[in-house]
Write a new protein. Structure first.
Length: 328
């Protein structure tokens, strides 16, 4: 059923005012006053046909009175409405680096790991990245992680350091990261651990031996001395007289000295220093020779490739009789 034009046009005008002006915010009475009156409009105004280009402000309806209202075309003499709330935008409060995702030293302490973060463990939005020993560059963390291949890894070297409030013009320092190759990093860490273990083993050791020591205790001391020398350590052996102890004879003291020197030379080590007198305070210094490699740090021989050769139970001497019985 079609609605006559005389009845439908006022209804459309009223809906246009309420629906388009109300949700947009302004008072309806100002919008109604700014609309052109129907008395000024004439029936001779040509109506646009379909396909005619229309201005951006025009609606899809052919009626001129249904154009959307232009707030910039309202009466400028009208003062601001008291009904509109004062919309004052508050500035955003400055947030801490931890709230933005930056991993400071305090965050790493709460993290509780014995190493620095790597790859997806890094939550900093921006980091300084070192690639192939070049100068560090400021990059977006997610962009760097997207370029990582399975053979590479992003490792954090230094955490984020916030600005110092006590220093003027202090600026925060981004975390320092480096792109490494996993195989090369593994070999580097392995060599570093071996070097630390070697340096720790080279620490000088000391032994105390009395002149009247018996043969059983002397063997224990010599065994401990050989263990230190095999580790690559320099050993200081002090011979002394125990207070309130039994006095030792010259022959017994000389036998202890000869036993020490003979055992060290036989094992392939060297005596570097000897100070003092027999039956008094005497100090020996033993150490490995130059170029000596400790057994636990020396490279082991590579085993031949292929499965190990297994001996058949029929070839052993213990099962010869059993094999004869089976064959018979």
């Amino acid at each position: 059923m079609r609605v006559p034009c005389s009845l439908g046009q006022p209804l459309l005008r009223r809906c246009a005012v309420v629906c388009r002006a109300g949700p947009s915010g302004g008072p309806i009475r100002h919008l109604v006053q700014s609309r052109p009156s129907n008395k000024d409009s004439s029936d001779d105004v040509p109506r646009p046909f379909r396909g005619t280009p229309s201005p951006p402000w025009s609606s899809s309806s052919p009626w001129r009175d249904e154009r959307p209202l232009r707030y910039d075309l309202q009466n400028s003499n009208a003062g601001p409405s008291t009904e509109e709330p004062n919309m004052v935008r508050q500035p955003n409060m400055a947030r801490k680096p931890e709230q933005l995702g930056y991993m400071t030293e305090e965050v790493l302490k709460r993290w509780g790991r014995d190493r620095m973060p790597r790859d997806l463990e890094i939550t900093d939005p921006w980091v300084m990245v070192i690639v192939k020993d070049q100068a560090p560059k400021k990059l977006f963390t997610q962009a760097v992680l997207k370029t990582m291949s399975p053979e590479k890894s992003l490792r954090m070297l230094e955490p984020f350091r916030p600005a110092d409030p006590t220093v003027e013009d202090s600026k925060p320092k981004l975390a320092l990261c480096k792109v490494v190759v996993k195989t090369e990093e593994y070999q580097h860490m392995k060599a570093l651990k071996a070097r630390k273990r070697k340096e720790k083993a080279v620490d000088p050791k000391s032994l105390n031996i009395t002149w009247n020591i018996d043969q059983r205790d002397l063997k224990i001391k010599l065994k401990k001395l050989m263990r230190f020398l095999n580790m690559g350590c320099k050993v200081d052996v002090q011979l002394y007289t125990k207070p309130n102890g039994l006095p030792a004879s010259m022959d017994q003291a000389q036998a202890v000295v000869n036993t020490l020197r003979t055992r060290v030379v036989e094992e392939g080590f060297k005596e570097y220093k000897c100070e003092g007198v027999v039956l008094g305070s005497m100090m020996f210094t033993f150490a490995p020779k130059e170029g000596y490699k400790t057994p636990h740090l020396a490279p082991t021989k590579a085993t031949p490739a292929g499965p190990p050769q297994m001996m058949s139970w029929t070839e052993t001497d213990e099962n010869d009789g059993v094999a004869d019985k089976v064959e018979g």
